[in-house]
Design a protein around this ligand. Structure first.
Ligand SMILES: [Zn+2]
Length: 246
C-alpha cells in the first residue's frame, strides 16, 4: 500500500531558468567533425528536429558543475573530485574527503561516467522570433584548435538579447541538492558566463537568471513556489550548524 509518506519521498523540485545572450552566441552542431573534408561553408548553430536553435542542457550543466566544484573545494564539510584527473567511483554514498570511498557531492548531483546523477537539465529553447546572424570568422579545426591560415568561414550565431528558457529538475526533495543548486544559481546570477565557441573573440557571453523554484509531487496540479534566496539561507544555516558540531 502506498501511503502519503511514499508520495512525500517522491517530491520533485524544478528551477525554471532563463538565459539571456549578451553577445553573439555560437553552439556548433554536435555531428560536426573538424577535418578538412567535412568543413562546411557555414558553421550551423545547434538545432532541434523542428529546426529551432537551442542551447543543449549539457552545456549549462557543465557551467553549473564547474561552479559547484569551486564552492565545494572551499567547504569544510563536503568534497569535490576533479572529474578530469580523478573522478569518483564506487559505492553510492557521500564521500567527504579524498580518502573516503563513494561519490563526492558534485558527482551525486551531476553524475559521472558510472552514475546518472540526481539532477537533470532540459534543453533551453528561445522565445519566439529568434534571430540568427551570419558572422565571418577564421576557420578553426576542432581537433587542434589552431586557426587554418587564410580560411574564412561563415558562422551562424544567435543575436545578443535573445532569451532562452529551460529548467533544472531534481528527483528528490533533498536540502543539500536544492540548497547547493540555489547557491550556484545565485552566484551565476551575479556574473557573466561564456559558453559555446569563440569565447576569446567575445562570443557567447550569457546571463543566467532564476528567482523561484517549484516543489511538487507527481499528480499535483499546483506546485509550491519558493524563493531561491530563502532556500540558500536555509542551506547556510544547516551548514553553519554542521560545522559547529564537527
Ligand atoms: Zn566526484
Amino acid at each position: 500500500m502506498i501511503t502519503s509518506s511514499h508520495y512525500a519521498l517522491k517530491q520533485k523540485i524544478e528551477f525554471p531558468i532563463s538565459i539571456t545572450t549578451l553577445s553573439p552566441l555560437h553552439i556548433g552542431q554536435s555531428d560536426w567533425i573538424g577535418n578538412d573534408e567535412s568543413i562546411a561553408e557555414v558553421m550551423k548553430f545547434q538545432k532541434d528536429q523542428e529546426n529551432i536553435p537551442y542551447i543543449p542542457g549539457s552545456t549549462i550543466k557543465g557551467v553549473f558543475r564547474t561552479h559547484l566544484e569551486r564552492i565545494l573545494r572551499n567547504s569544510k564539510l563536503y568534497y569535490a573530485c576533479d572529474p578530469i584527473s580523478h573522478s569518483c567511483s564506487g559505492d553510492l554514498k557521500l564521500k567527504t574527503s579524498k580518502a573516503d570511498s563513494g561519490l563526492c557531492l558534485a558527482c551525486f548531483m551531476f553524475g559521472n561516467t558510472q552514475f546518472k546523477g540526481e539532477i537533470s537539465f532540459t534543453d533551453f529553447l528561445p522565445d519566439s522570433n529568434v534571430n540568427l546572424l551570419q558572422k565571418t570568422s577564421t576557420a578553426i579545426t576542432r581537433d587542434n584548435g589552431v586557426a587554418k591560415r587564410g580560411a574564412l568561414r561563415t558562422v551562424e550565431c544567435i543575436s545578443p538579447r535573445t532569451k532562452f528558457y529551460g529548467k533544472i529538475i531534481i528527483n528528490s526533495d533533498n536540502l543539500l541538492y536544492k540548497g547547493y543548486l540555489a547557491a550556484v544559481i545565485q552566484d551565476l546570477n551575479r556574473q557573466f558566463i561564456t559558453i559555446g565557441a569563440f569565447g576569446s573573440k567575445g562570443f557567447g557571453e550569457i546571463k543566467i537568471d532564476a528567482k523561484k523554484y517549484l516543489k511538487w509531487s507527481p499528480g499535483e496540479i499546483n506546485p509550491e513556489v519558493v524563493e531561491i534566496d530563502s532556500l540558500r539561507k536555509t542551506l547556510r544555516k544547516f551548514i553553519d550548524e554542521m560545522e559547529e558540531s564537527n
